[in-house]
Design a protein around this ligand. Structure first.
Ligand SMILES: [Cu+2]
Length: 132
């Protein structure tokens, strides 16, 4: 009786296929959490309050015709209450975002984050992210 040796390529291809399948399953079970906030011509963050789970990647999109910032750094604020950070959380600042620019931040620490837009702080362009 004649037996055939499995082709060597199978030993390479099969584990790769299994890895790809397994990776796909993991991805389906655990899609990365994302959320989007837009920055408007009305000097608002929309939504102005965002509820997310820890580890969510939030992207701000400047959909307006104006420059804005996403600033969660008390040292850059001139109005009391513009910024709030959970205990031990690091401040962050997008820098100037021209129209159509985006900025992304991943929120890991649970708690309430309040941030503002530097050019429009006086117009109360503030937003809140609640991580729970
Ligand atoms: Cu602004």
């Amino acid at each position: 009786m004649k037996t055939r040796k499995p082709h060597a390529a199978l030993f390479v291809a099969l584990p790769l296929l299994v890895a790809a399948w397994w990776g796909g399953v993991e991805w389906a079970d655990n899609p990365p959490a994302t959320a989007t906030v837009t920055m408007t011509n009305m000097l608002k963050f929309a939504p102005d309050t965002l509820y997310i789970e820890p580890g969510t990647e939030v992207t701000w999109e400047n959909t307006s015709l104006l420059a804005h910032t996403v600033t969660a750094d008390p040292e850059l604020a001139s109005v009391e209450g513009s910024v709030m950070l959970p205990d031990g959380a690091a401040p962050f600042d997008s820098g100037t975002m021209d129209p159509e620019e985006t900025f992304t931040h991943v929120f890991n620490e649970p708690g309430t984050w309040r941030y503002f837009c530097i050019p429009h702080e006086g117009a109360k362009m503030v937003g809140t992210v609640i991580v729970e």
